[in-house]
Design a protein around this ligand. Structure first.
Ligand SMILES: [Zn+2]
Ligand SMILES: [Zn+2]
Length: 291
């Protein structure tokens, strides 16, 4: 896989949240501050850009990348549930002839996700197929747990997650900084997952599925989601610095999420509840020296 972006040089590792909601997009006054679009985040690793998931938030992400974005996009899918893929046909860079959109999926035992997309985006479920777009879509299956080599020294680590049908976590390391994206996942109460602890070891930021409060979690065991308390416990066990809470419940209003934000900040200072449009930059700790 080769670098085909045209982004300005930047040594930081950064994440921008284009969609923070789980399950279903929401609109309405009580969802404005944290956002109503379903999950999509942009990760920049130096000059290289990745998108994780293609929920409804990817529509605005695409709009921002239309003019000065790269010609090729790697979209790393956590899994294929609707809230993580339904925005894909609305990613407008796909209207450009030279655009390549590479979809990577790790929860299908290495099988390509193409069959699922062919089913989802075709009549009678959708008016057109993805082949009608001028841009080219390609499909890449891998086994969750594999390390993905994107060239230019960029290796993205992955980890299998406990979720109905499976899901994949991603970890980015760049110039002394590290970022993990862990969604969707269900934790086991009182048990810390050793594989996830080592996956998150010493990370600067762990973006984590905090969809349920404790009562909702008890009522929805087996639905595949977690709580902010479990996210903080994971960060502490792994010596990770900050938690970014995301995949917000479709009925959790801004006021409710303000309450979560205060609790996560108190439990693990620097932690936050992700808002649509928010960017977190992790400045390089290891600066490049002139050759
Ligand atoms: Zn989800
Ligand atoms: Zn899911």
């Amino acid at each position: 896989m080769s670098f085909d972006g045209a982004l300005p040089a930047d040594q930081a590792l950064s994440v921008k949240f284009w969609g923070t909601r789980g399950s279903l997009p929401r609109c309405g006054a009580e969802y404005q501050r944290y956002g109503g679009n379903t999950t999509c985040v942009e990760v920049r690793v130096g000059r290289r850009l990745f998108l994780i998931d293609a929920g409804s938030g990817i529509a605005d992400a695409g709009k921002s990348m239309m003019d000065d974005g790269p010609q090729g996009f790697d979209i790393l899918l956590s899994h294929l549930h609707h809230d993580h893929i339904s925005g894909l046909p609305f990613f407008i860079p796909a209207l450009k002839t030279r655009c390549e959109i590479r979809l990577h999926c790790g929860n299908l035992d290495g099988v390509s996700p193409q069959a699922a997309f062919d089913l989802m985006f075709a009549p009678p479920l959708f008016p057109v197929r993805l082949e009608v777009f001028p841009g080219q879509f390609s499909y890449h299956g891998f086994h969750a747990g594999a390390a993905l080599d994107f060239g230019d020294g960029i290796v993205v680590r992955t980890c299998a997650l406990d979720h109905p049908g499976g899901a994949t976590a991603y970890r980015f390391d760049h110039k002394g900084r590290s970022l993990c994206y862990i969604s969707d996942v269900e934790h086991r109460p009182g048990i810390i997952d050793d594989a996830l602890v080592s996956f998150c070891r010493d990370a600067d930021l762990v973006v984590y599925d905090t969809m349920f409060n404790e009562a909702e979690f008890q009522d929805c065991r087996g639905w595949g989601h977690s709580t902010w308390g479990a996210g903080v416990a994971l960060c502490r066990a792994a010596n990770a610095k900050r938690l970014g809470a995301t995949h917000h419940h479709m009925r959790h209003t801004d006021d409710m999420l303000d309450g979560v934000a205060a609790q996560v900040e108190a439990a693990l200072p620097g932690s936050f509840v992700a808002r649509e449009g928010q960017t977190i930059r992790l400045e390089a700790r290891v600066l490049e020296t002139a050759a």
